[in-house]
Design a protein around this ligand. Sequence first.
Ligand code: PRP
Length: 190
Amino acid sequence: MAIAKIIKDVLFTEEQIKRRVSEMVKRIDEDFRSKDLVVIAVLKGSVVFLADLVRGFTRPLAFDFIGVSSYGNSTSSPGLVTLEKGITVDVADKSVLVVDDILDTGRSLCFVKTHLQRFKPREIKICVLLEKKGTRIVDVEADYVGFEIPNVFVLGYGLDYEDRYRHLPYIASLREEYYNELRRKGIGPI
Ligand code: PRP
């Protein structure tokens, strides 16, 4: 499907994202100064954000990926999150920064945080590019947030619509007709 056909508004341009990501890196870099940092990115939506974020750091760090199922059938099967890919990096006694593209109901990040705790890291901080307000179902807070957004379906910069459009360098909202179609299927904003 043509990109222009499905996009309602561009919420954040490539330039705006770039600026915000570099501000975030500066702050995180300062906060984690002299700590042994391991970045854990939540597949797949966080991958583009992760790539830009880690390239801003000027210090040594390790990164790895974790895969969980969430969102997919969220409105029809609430609360079900399962581990699809575990980490292989050692996080014991390290400072962990969990990176995700979006914090919505909080189920995915709550699950990830609980899962990682069993490997006894020294601390776990959460960094998300986007945060929806008023949609949390479980209690989880991000320590670093790029942008707050309303409860709309967003795509681009790692975020997908039916597993496509993750490559777009900007973040856009989905047009109503497609959004309604997702709701009919039980996917997307509650
Ligand atoms: C999305 C997104 C977050 C999660 C946020 O992932 O990347 O990980 O949902 O939603 P929550 O706060 O309600 O849990 P999704 O499961 O769609 O997988 P994807 O990243 O592979 O697209």
